[in-house]
Design a binder for this molecule. Sequence first.
Ligand code: SAM
Length: 279
Amino acid sequence: MSSWFEASYSPGTRLSLRITRWLCTRRSPYQTIDIFDTDDFGRVLALDGVINVTERDEFIYHEMLTHVPLFVHPRPGRVLVIGGGDGGTVREVLKHPCVEKVLLVEIDREVVAASREYLPALSCALGDPRVDIRYEDAVRFIARPDQAFDIIIIDSTDPAGPGAGLFTADFYRNCRAALAPGGILTAQSESPFFDAATVGQIYAAAGRVFGRPRMYTAFVPSYVSGVWSFLFCADHCNPAADFQSERYQACAAAFRYYSDAMHAAAFALPPWIKHQCAV
Ligand code: SAM
């Protein structure tokens, strides 16, 4: 008898993955953590029933969330990752030799522990000496940061759970204050197809703080509808044009989805996304 994991996209749409092996269920003070193996997506991490990461396509999400800002900034030395307890974003950040320090602020130590145990391909860089981990609500951390960052990456769960406070104008305002001059913020910003209203609210909130928030997209097969959006905020740069080509050429072989061409193309939005999400 086979069992299936059902991810709900909307009240009327679900994605089902056949489970080949159940590995763990943990209930932390913040969420339920499930990890299991599947036929087509490999190992999956779900939080409160929502697919957060699959081994098969996580590289797409993590490369696009990370390398877009890191290849726009001329010299990113200090990087703050908010959420991201599976370690995939930190792994990608450390592919940049110019990065001196990465601070991961994750609310749930159980996500990090489970990822270290069951998702070594993602969590492999969390022990790097350049990485510090703080277990704290990032809303509280960013209200009184003890340092400035060149890049802030918000690798959060959906606005429904403990991540709710990470999508507000107040939060973006505190992030902006924590950026060093020339700093850049990126964030995962939900599905334009199934969550257009939420996406519109995210860009409106960011727009109250940063002059002109930009959206870019990537195709992540396991995420709601496949098309995923990312928020890009910076005071003075053109993310599609200000590209650090020399630094990219030096490590291009390390990426499977991200490239110079994908970087530029990701900022081209189809009209339905612009209209539906008011970006
Ligand atoms: N790629 C994923 C996605 O969008 O489906 C996100 C992955 S990562 C596992 C999300 C992390 O954000 C979770 O580990 C969760 O505990 C963390 N998180 C949620 N709210 C947070 C908060 N307020 N402060 C810090 N971390 C938070």
